[in-house]
Design a protein around this ligand. Structure first.
Ligand SMILES: NC(=O)c1ccc[n+]([C@@H]2O[C@H](COP(=O)([O-])OP(=O)(O)OC[C@H]3O[C@@H](n4cnc5c(N)ncnc54)[C@H](OP(=O)(O)O)[C@@H]3O)[C@@H](O)[C@H]2O)c1
Length: 351
């Protein structure tokens, strides 16, 4: 195999989700690549019309369904982004993120065509710092030390994928922080909802922790860079068996970033307009709400305001992206203001 040889069959789990859609779009720039999009109920709305994309309704936690999928698609590289939402139940997170990842790794290992496996991990999987953290010094949460079920499941899957690296199946992990971009119904969706409810002048806590943010098309590009590197044993050195931090490389206080998004949506907030609600008060409100929902709906429904999401605001995240720049040739977004404007415009037009 020459150094230039590229994969032509790529399987993307969660390929019709927010990040997955951007990954599929990036892959489609290469006309030689065909893509199998996998999720339980794939949505085609952003990708209609491409004969290079096939859609497969598969639950990755079902070993039989996954094996049948591999027998049909024979993927050369797997990009595994599928995950339940961070607010889903511990059982659902364990089932998809831990068991589902094991099942995918097993089928990938057994498939003679599959050379590379890229996993999307999360800032939630890592013990946070407020100083730029390198991958070498990063501490993954474990089965016994974790702040919530989502962090545990992402950390366990992150470790599983790194450990599965071998000559037959080269694996790597990409850790992403808060993602924003076009097609984002989560983070950007919440910001637009705050604007529409007139809540954009509110801030939870003192806004003292920095966070990393990543423009989704750039995070997608990083996945494709890793997929290409892993496919070829000549370019896999320094990438296989490794984890990479990906972000815009510009840590910022959480509500400062949010207010740049509000301004891009035509709702600037000046410092004197900000009303800060104490973090502890919001934590108490969120906990009470969750208890009430558990009791009155017998655990069948969850409130929108979640304690884990409030706690997350007190953790922060600060990374070095040097390893990704040096080993993958990753270039963070150059004009973040334009990326924010484009994301907010998409949200105003579509949500
Ligand atoms: N968005 C962020 O800010 C952020 C931050 C850090 C890390 N991440 C990570 O990035 C990845 C992508 O996130 P995203 O925001 O793009 O999420 P998303 O839009 O919710 O997409 C996730 C996709 O996973 C699929 N999925 C869930 N369970 C599945 C199962 N059992 N079998 C097959 N497919 C399943 C879902 O499709 P179906 O419902 O059709 O199955 C969904 O389309 C995730 O791994 C997430 O942990 C995201």
């Amino acid at each position: 195999m020459s150094e230039e040889e590229q994969p032509s069959r790529v399987l993307v789990t969660g390929g019709s989700g927010f990040l997955g859609t951007h990954i599929v779009r990036k892959l489609l720039e290469d006309p030689a690549i065909s893509i199998a999009v996998v999720s339980r109920t794939p949505k085609k709305q952003f990708l209609v019309g491409s004969d290079k994309v096939s859609y497969h309704s598969v639950d990755i936690a079902s070993a039989d369904e996954v094996q049948a999928l591999f027998d049909k698609v024979h993927p050369q590289v797997v990009i595994h982004t599928a995950s339940p939402k961070n607010t889903d139940t511990a059982a659902a997170l364990e089932r998809t993120n831990v068991e589902g990842t094991k099942i995918l790794l097993q089928s990938a290992k057994m498939c003679a065509d599959t050379r590379g496996f890229v996993y999307t991990s999360s800032d939630s999987a890592i013990v946070p710092t407020q100083e730029p953290l390198t991958e070498e010094l990063a501490e993954l949460y474990t089965d016994t030390h974790f702040p919530n079920a989502y962090a545990r499941s992402k950390a366990l899957a992150d470790a599983l994928v790194q450990k599965a690296n071998s000559d037959e199946l080269r694996t790597a992990v990409i850790r992403v922080p808060v993602l924003y971009g076009e097609h984002d119904t989560s983070f950007i969706g919440q910001l637009i909802s705050s604007v529409r409810k007139g809540e954009h002048k509110m801030q939870i806590g003192q806004n003292k922790k920095v966070f990393e943010f990543a423009y989704a098309p750039k995070a997608a590009e990083a996945h494709v860079l890793v997929a290409r590197a892993l496919f070829n044993e000549m370019t896999a050195q320094g990438v296989a068996g490794e984890a990479f931090f990906i972000s815009d490389g510009r840590p910022e206080l959480f509500f400062d970033f949010a207010r740049r998004c509000y301004a891009a949506a035509g709702k600037p907030v000046s410092p004197e307009e900000v009303s800060a609600i104490p973090l502890a008060a919001m934590q108490a409100v969120a906990s009470t709400g969750e208890w009430a929902y558990t009791i009155f709906t017998l655990g069948n429904k969850k409130p929108t305001l979640r304690r884990d999401n409030i706690d997350h605001l007190d953790r922060g995240c600060c990374w070095s992206v040097e390893k990704a720049k040096q080993r993958l040739g990753y270039i963070p977004v150059i004009d973040q203001d334009t990326a924010i404007q484009s994301s907010m415009k998409w949200a105003l037009d579509n949500l």
